[in-house]
Design a binder for this molecule. Structure first.
Ligand code: HEM
Length: 213
């Protein structure tokens, strides 16, 4: 095994960490109440589930808009710009390399927190799936205000995206266990500091997506 030396780096600011856990909590609550509204199970009662789902959905919409504004003004949105450089190395690593103890092909740095696969996944989630879910949810909520609107496509898309988000969540939580140790990514997202291997060779472009404030 080539990976021996580790170092601690500061990756996530307090605001980013708070937002991450706050949004996770909101989405998990929305998933739990959403599937009850859908009729998949009975947990808290249909009416309570509808109320929590509606208020949480509206609150999520407002706070997400604030977070998107924060991404824009700090330049942190650049961390999500997709790239194919080293993308296939990373895919190969998660398919085979990781099970053979190979070094991760990309090293994290404060200027580039996400490897190429994470950039694609997080961009797809944050710029596509989440906004689609918010817009279809809002139109669903305002359905009575638009007499001509058809409910069926909204319901199908909203439910489909909910399944995709559950799918993302399962893969995402698995991926968080694949760092230097089982909990190194999780503790990075709690404290801001993450322990990483420092033996991977870094290329210049990897470290300068943006500067940390
Ligand atoms: C649906 C809910 C979730 C969404 C939408 C989500 C989204 C994200 C995003 C966009 C990032 C990148 C954050 C950034 O760089 O600022 C991230 C990172 C992370 N998330 Fe989540 N997340 C969710 C739930 C969770 C849960 C439940 C866990 C843990 C049990 C978790 C653990 C982590 C960790 C550890 C990282 C850092 C990954 C790394 O260091 O490479 N997330 N998440």
């Amino acid at each position: 095994m080539a990976q021996k030396h580790t170092k601690k780096i500061y990756l996530y600011t307090r605001f980013e960490r708070l937002w991450h856990w706050f949004q996770s909590l909101m989405i998990i609550l929305l998933i739990v109440t959403g599937f009850e509204v859908h009729g998949t199970y009975t947990l808290m009662g249909f009416e309570t589930a509808v109320n929590i789902h509606n208020y949480m959905g509206l609150f999520w919409l407002g706070s997400f808009a604030f977070f998107a504004f924060w991404l824009m003004i700090t330049g942190e949105w650049k961390q999500y710009i997709p790239t194919t450089r080293k993308l296939f190395d990373v895919i190969q690593y998660y398919m085979w390399g990781i099970f053979k103890g190979q070094a991760h092909p990309v090293q994290k740095s404060p200027g580039a927190k996400h490897n190429p696969l994470q950039r694609l996944a997080y961009l797809g989630i944050s710029a596509m799936l989440l906004p689609i879910q918010m817009v279809t949810g809002l139109l669903y909520y305002l359905y009575n205000s638009f007499p001509g609107m058809s409910l069926a496509p909204l319901a199908v898309i909203h439910t489909l995206v909910a399944f995709l988000l559950v799918n993302f969540l399962i893969i995402h939580v698995y991926m968080t266990t694949t760092g230097h140790s089982l909990f190194s990514h999780i503790s990075g997202m709690i404290t801001g500091w993450e322990e990483i291997y420092d033996t991977t060779r870094i290329e210049e472009w990897e470290t300068k997506a943006t500067k940390k404030a």
